[in-house]
Design a protein around this ligand. Structure first.
Ligand SMILES: CSC[C@H]1O[C@@H](n2cnc3c(O)ncnc32)[C@H](O)[C@@H]1O
Ligand code: ZN
Length: 435
């Protein structure tokens, strides 16, 4: 058993009664065992002693919607609306992606996420074995799902579903329990109703949750109504999708009745403010979702529609845009934004022992260098994290008790190789040569 103690730190716990503690934290194997002002035991009893002076420690960030391999398409197809972006830019390029490309793009994203303080992410993509292997190698925590698009002949639909089922079975609970899995119809506009029903059936068989894109654009909602006679929420409810635990990405265009239905089924919403702004999809009704008790977390969406994986930016956007839209400066306070990016993110993907600095929780946490001008005066760190911090402030990352990033360098991945390979993949895919 390894015993670690961090002393002289400021700890943002997310504990309701004691949100900030100045003192020390201990970790034994993969768990936080103590956090408080006093030393719990003499220092000599610890194998590893870390001086936390000038550091702010907080829970690792949880990104609840991503397509990591799309980092290869960063900057390829900006300033377009969702359907044009997907149909004319993303899908033609993704059609050429090999397993190697997915591995390369995913590693690039994992590197960016780790160095920016994200410790858990949800990923929906193809070639998911590559994604799972990259997660395993990196030491990250992830909830993975093979997204299926059903706009194809019946035999291709079936083979995709068989593959998605097998992936979910093979990887659930793997990488020392750091990987969990879900089932994913990509969206109601890319999966015919009978196909969605078959995916739901598999989710029931395997006892897994479902993840999907839903009500992202006004056009999607209108076309769903024209084609199926119902808006996406009622349509998916009728197909039984909410009979499984579910997390939907976007949920931008919702009526009051739809919010009630989501609340009734305890559907979780991954709010993706950066992607929704960039694709001009709209702004989700987050304050109303929260008022109805819906669990709202944050996602970046893929790096081609964001265009980075900085969860500090998503937390800040969430805190800012809902103030602007509602005219209410208390719409999403700083503390609510931090919760969305950490504890509520973890709960939204059914991880009940991740997302807070408390004894008994998994040791997934990060350190920020707060000895920098934008953290002074060192007063309200909850405010500073939301309104002043960025991914660049992260110096160290621990996941499952293991140090993954130390002084800004990733200990588990070959950074230089990842950057070189991602550049090569992009140049091969697009035919571009960049000096
Ligand atoms: C079937 S794998 C995932 C699939 O999703 C596509 N995608 C990326 N971002 C979005 C988005 O915002 N809405 C809908 N679909 C999206 C991605 O290109 C992959 O094909
Ligand atoms: Zn997405």
């Amino acid at each position: 058993m390894t015993k670690t103690i961090i002393t002289n730190g400021v700890f943002l716990t997310l504990n309701e009664h004691n949100p900030i503690i100045r003192g020390c934290m201990t970790i034994e194997n993969n768990l936080i065992t103590y956090i408080g002002e006093q030393l719990p035991e003499p220092l000599e009893l610890f194998d590893e002693k870390i001086d936390g002076t000038n550091k702010l420690f907080m829970p690792g960030l949880v990104n609840t919607h991503n397509h990591a391999a799309m980092s290869l398409l960063r900057g390829y197809g900006d300033d377009l609306a969702l359907q044009v972006w997907l149909q004319e830019k993303m899908w033609p390029m993704e059609g050429q992606f090999t397993a190697h490309d997915v591995r390369s793009g995913t590693l690039l994203s994992i590197l960016e996420m780790l160095k920016g303080g994200t410790t858990t992410f949800v990923d929906m993509y193809d070639h998911m074995n590559e994604v799972a292997l990259a997660v395993e190698q990196s030491g990250m925590r992830a909830c993975l799902t093979r997204g299926v698009i059903g706009l194809c002949p019946p035999e291709v639909q079936t083979s995709k579903l068989v593959e998605a089922r097998q992936f979910a079975l093979d990887w659930h609970g793997k990488a020392g329990g750091r990987i969990t899995t879900m089932m994913s119809p990509h969206a109601p506009y890319t999966c015919p109703p009978d196909y969605i029903e078959r995916i739901v059936e598999v989710a029931h068989e395997l006892g897994l949750p479902i993840h999907t894109h839903m009500s992202e654009t006004a056009r999607e909602v209108q076309e769903n109504t024209e084609q199926y006679g119902a808006r996406p929420v009622a349509h998916l409810a009728k197909l039984g999708l909410f009979s499984r635990p579910a997390i939907v990405a976007h949920a931008v265009h919702l009526t009051d009745e739809e919010i009630d239905i989501l609340a009734q089924y305890d559907v979780r919403v991954s709010h993706n403010p950066g992607s929704n702004l960039k694709l001009a999809s709209g702004i989700a009704r987050v304050p109303e979702l929260l008022r109805k008790g819906i669990k709202v977390s944050l996602g970046t969406d893929g790096p081609a529609s964001n265009n980075n994986l900085d969860m500090f930016e998503e937390m800040r956007l969430a805190a800012l845009i809902h103030k602007g839209v509602s005219g209410d400066p208390t719409a999403i306070p700083a503390e609510a934004a931090i919760r969305m990016g950490t504890l509520d993110g973890a709960k939204s993907i059914w991880l009940d022992d991740v997302g807070a600095l408390q004894a008994g929780m998994k040791a997934d946490f990060i350190a920020l260098d707060v000895d920098q001008p934008h953290f002074f005066p060192k007063t309200n760190f909850i405010s500073h994290v939301i309104y002043s911090a960025s991914a660049k402030d992260v110096t160290d990352v621990w996941i499952d008790g293991r140090r993954i990033v130390k002084d800004g360098s990733c200990l588990t991945l070959d950074e230089e190789k990842i950057l070189f390979e991602a550049q090569s993949c992009f140049e091969r895919l697009t035919g571009a040569t960049v000096q």
